[in-house]
Design a protein around this ligand. Structure first.
Ligand SMILES: Nc1ncnc2c1ncn2[C@@H]1O[C@H](COP(=O)(O)OP(=O)(O)OP(=O)(O)O)[C@@H](O)[C@H]1O
Ligand SMILES: [Mg+2]
Length: 270
């Protein structure tokens, strides 16, 4: 395995005693580039990121089976702060920022595990280069920022921890198309700077555009996996996620109704 890569194998996650949110999930993220995880509400996307970042316990969840390795080290069961120090940093769902703290204070909070004032300074400069609007608003309370600016701050705060693997949970959620485009541009730039990105998205067009490779989760299982280009060509992705109509066969009207075939699991496309 490449050092620095993330390798998840046979991951099972449960919440409480009975809710099994992931079943036998395996995936890998190389040392650089963007990998996307797609799937409908409740598919288990956030659960997967929480398992990697070690934050399942905060949601009463736990890894029941399988392994998560990053740079050849096992992550499951490790303290979340140690996972951050190893370079794996999550931007959680819902762009949570500290509303009563200023932009600067939010960024400072992201640097708690970062050692050395020179590194913290250069991380802050990098954040302000990526998001000039945050530099203009550095004294402002985060709660007063727009939704898109809060998303920028949430990503910026994660960058303060010097990630080598960034876990992004639906960064485009609830944003206007122009802001989605800006955030996508920044994700591309972060990846170009050598940070690997595991991107969870419901906006499939954006995700497949950014990622080289993608996985489709369906009720806790990997249903499809492959290169983004190949996935975008599958009928399933086009119909279910890109909102395209299925082209009916010429004799469809006269054909007898067929029962829905059982979903093939973990089909590789391409
Ligand atoms: N804290 C929790 N306690 C119990 N069940 C949970 C908890 N969090 C998630 N679940 C369940 O686990 C499954 C996967 O949820 P998860 O939040 O990972 O899905 P998701 O793909 O991120 O969905 P969304 O697109 O809505 O964010 C769902 O059935 C959900 O109800
Ligand atoms: Mg989610």
């Amino acid at each position: 395995m490449e050092s620095g890569a993330l390798l998840v194998e046979g991951l099972e996650v449960v919440y409480g005693r009975s809710v099994r949110a992931l079943r036998g999930v395996s995936l890998d993220v190389p040392v650089s580039g963007v990998v996307a995880v797609l799937g409908a509400n409740g598919a288990g996307k956030s659960t997967l990121l929480r398992a990697v970042s070690g934050t399942l316990a905060l949601h009463r969840g736990a890894v029941a089976a399988g392994t998560i390795r990053y740079a050849s080290e096992r992550l499951a069961g490790r303290d979340p702060a140690l996972i951050v120090r190893a370079g794996v940093v999550q931007v959680p769902e819902g762009r949570r920022v500290f509303a009563n703290l200023s932009v600067d204070e939010n960024l400072q909070a992201g640097a708690l595990s970062t050692r050395g004032s020179a590194l913290i300074r250069s991380n802050r400069e990098r954040v302000f280069d990526l998001f000039p609007v945050l530099a203009e608003r550095r004294e402002q309370r985060a709660g007063l920022l727009s939704g898109g600016e809060q998303q920028m701050l949430a990503i910026g705060r994660a960058l303060m921890a010097s990630p080598r693997l960034l876990l992004l949970d639906e960064p485009s959620l609830g944003l206007a198309p122009r802001m989605v485009g800006r955030i996508a541009g920044v994700i591309r730039e972060i990846a170009a700077q050598g940070v690997a990105v595991l991107l969870v998205e419901q906006n499939v067009t954006v995700a497949l555009d950014l990622a080289e490779k993608a996985y489709v989760l369906d009720v806790g299982e990997v249903r499809l996996a492959g290169s983004s280009a190949d996935l975008a060509r599958t009928d399933e992705v086009r119909r279910l996620y890109l909102g395209e109509e299925e082209t009916a066969a010429p004799d469809a009207a006269s054909a007898p109704a067929r029962p829905t075939p059982r979903k093939p699991l973990r089909r590789w496309v391409g």
